[in-house]
Design a protein around this ligand. Structure first.
Ligand code: IMP
Length: 194
């Protein structure tokens, strides 16, 4: 029998990445597929808080198994910024290219170690909440490179590679990304619950 995961995100690229690694019997149903098009305000100060706000928004409306991901790029030389502010780093409205250009300016002369971190919040039908984390370490490129992915992908060179996520085959990102790691941890937990 299918197990539906209600996914509180309006980002089709995130949904596609998750669907690509989701085994049977799980299926992902997104906000848009449920007819919700309103922006969920991310008022938290941590990835955990924002992931929960989004998952709980959907839980209140469906009562089902609801998940949400909040992710950010954490740059060591910037003390972990932009982190939870990744989407709005260069201001609003959110724009991936402006964010990357702004980040490159901040990085002049600084060491380039960075990591992506995802936190997935999962609210079960019994209303208990659970959190799962995924991290991938890497380096920031000197300029924007490649067209694959979204967000800061064209700047991020994962450890062990010379190309950015924007240049690498998307299968590489799907196999080892922060989001995939967090999803795998969540699936292990959900499978044990069954
Ligand atoms: P969100 O709040 O989790 O939707 O993500 C915040 C921001 O982090 C996004 O707007 C992107 O700029 C960035 N981000 C999140 N996940 C990724 C990713 O997998 N690759 C590149 N950038 C990402």
């Amino acid at each position: 029998m299918k197990q539906t995961l209600y996914f509180a995100s309006g980002n089709p690229a995130k949904a596609a990445e998750i669907r690509a690694v989701l085994p049977e019997p799980f299926e992902l149903v997104t906000l848009a597929e449920l007819g919700y098009f309103e922006e969920i305000e991310e008022t938290g100060t941590t990835l955990e808080e924002n992931a929960f706000i989004k998952a709980n928004f959907l839980y209140k409306r469906t009562g089902g198994l609801c998940i949400a991901d909040d992710s950010g790029l954490e740059v060591a030389a910037l003390g972990g910024r932009p982190g939870v502010l990744s989407a709005r780093f260069a201001g609003t409205p959110t724009d991936d290219t402006s964010n990357m250009v702004f980040l490159l300016k901040q990085m002049e002369g600084l060491p380039r170690e960075a990591r992506f971190r995802t936190v997935i919040a999962c609210v079960l039908p019994d209303s208990t909440r659970h959190f799962f984390e995924g991290v991938i370490a890497g380096q920031l490129a000197e300029c924007i490179r490649g067209h694959f992915g979204f967000g800061y992908d064209p700047l991020f060179i994962p450890e062990g590679f010379d190309q950015t996520f924007g240049e690498l085959d998307p299968a590489v990102k799907r196999s080892k990304s922060h989001r995939t790691m967090a999803i795998r941890a969540m699936l292990q937990f959900l499978t044990r619950q069954q």
